[in-house]
Design a protein around this ligand. Structure first.
Ligand code: SAH
Ligand code: SF4
Length: 372
């Protein structure tokens, strides 16, 4: 059985061509699946009954299995989704005054093993299929409508989710093909119709894949920087050993020739005593001076067994001020959904600590004068 959530418009068109049907059928079905969130092919009343029967014999609409569904005090809602073989991924809905954002996962686990990330500590399980990625947006919209979610844009007849960020579990560019097919569905006017500016992909910096994304589906790009120099970044974000900062920043500049926004968002997780010194903020400003960008400082979210601490608030504010004084627009991410463990990087639940030795090195690299 083909899962219709697996197909972008080219895939749907090919499906109908194989059935000897006209291409406009693909649009009709995309409307049913991605705009009306249908679950039943039999309900697609603008298709003839015989066509509905033939389609139902070959295809289905199979959304994700939900393991849990929790809403935090601030309205943030987290779904844990079953992806088989004991694996689960999470997606998080973040309501704001003027938008509804969905944070989507792209992999079960992650192979890149960033030192401060609970998903990384879990190790890599597998890539999500396109249907498992698109199914997150489909399911969230469906459930939010069913639950009568409100918001000015919903009253205007738009879907509850207006913005997608690929900042959940996994490295989206390490699951390139399935992610790009899903992005195509997100931006397709016959499906979710989100503008490329409202879809943000966050990467730890897989340079060749950044270039490929620019050609395939250039959505807004966020890059996880986290350190102002290669020595520290090698330890915090190990993929840096393969694609060092000079190459990463050059790729960011190239990407901007295609991007829907005229800046890159640099994410920077604030780790107490590791990467949050004023001198590091100044080094960061020098590092990015050729790249039009904005900074988003992320207070680090603890998880059990992690050997870091969040930078104290005054230190984060001072870091922000230093970057601002250097002319860089810098925001501090508001932590949402903390009471349900839905904050960034908390998505894996309990993890085993296999980081102790590496972290000693990280602290040593950050504070060369501190004996360990
Ligand atoms: N793999 C991608 C996208 C997923 S992570 C990436 O690394 O960019 C999304 C963001 O959350 C990244 O900037 C990541 O570094 C950050 N993050 C990971 N663990 C975190 C934690 N415990 N607290 C705060 N941010 C975290
Ligand atoms: Fe993977 Fe991103 Fe976590 Fe690094 S921060 S381990 S790339 S999910």
């Amino acid at each position: 059985m083909t899962n219709l959530l697996d197909l972008d418009s080219a895939g749907l068109t090919a499906l109908f061509a194989a059935m000897g049907e006209k291409p406009f059928r693909a649009k009709q079905v995309a409307h049913w699946v991605h705009q009306r969130f249908a679950t039943d092919i039999g309900a697609m009343t603008d298709l003839s009954k015989p066509l509905r029967e033939r389609l139902a014999a070959a295809a289905e609409i199979r959304g994700p299995g939900v393991v849990s569904d929790t809403t935090a005090g601030d309205g943030t809602r987290k779904w844990l989704l079953d992806v088989g073989a004991g694996n689960a991924v999470e997606m998080v809905y973040i309501p704001e005054d003027d938008r509804g954002t969905l944070c989507i996962s792209s992999q079960a686990g992650c192979a890149l093993d960033c030192a401060f990330c609970s998903t990384g500590k879990q190790g890599f399980n597998r890539n999500l299929g396109t249907a498992e990625i698109v199914g997150q947006l489909w399911h969230a919209n469906r459930m939010l409508i069913a639950d009568g979610v409100t918001g000015p844009w919903v009253e205007q007849g738009r879907a509850p989710i207006t913005n997608v960020v690929m900042m959940g579990m996994g490295e989206p560019l390490a699951n390139f093909d399935n992610v790009v097919t899903a992005l195509n569905v997100f931006i397709d006017d016959n499906a979710y119709g989100l503008s490329r500016r409202r879809v943000t992909l966050s990467t730890s910096g897989i340079v060749p894949a950044i270039d490929r994304l620019a050609g395939a589906c250039p959505v807004a790009l966020a890059v996880s920087l986290h350190a102002p120099d290669d020595t520290l970044r090698n330890d915090l974000v190990p993929i840096n050993r393969k694609y060092p900062l000079s190459e990463l920043l050059a790729a960011c500049k190239r990407y901007l020739e295609h991007a829907p926004r005229d800046f890159i968002t640099f994410e920077y997780v604030m780790l107490d005593g590791v990467n949050d010194a004023p001198a590091q903020a100044r080094a960061l400003a020098r590092l990015v001076r050729d790249v039009p960008c904005k900074f988003n400082l992320i207070p680090w979210n603890p998880f059990p067994g992690a050997p870091f601490a969040t930078s104290p608030r005054p230190r984060i504010l001072a870091f922000q001020k230093t970057l601002m004084d250097e002319g860089l627009v810098t925001t501090i991410r508001k932590t949402r959904g903390e009471d349900i463990d839905a904050a960034c990087g908390q998505l894996a639940g309990r993890v085993q600590d296999r980081t102790k030795r590496r972290v000693t090195r990280i602290h040593a690299a950050a504070n060369p004068s501190t004996p360990h």
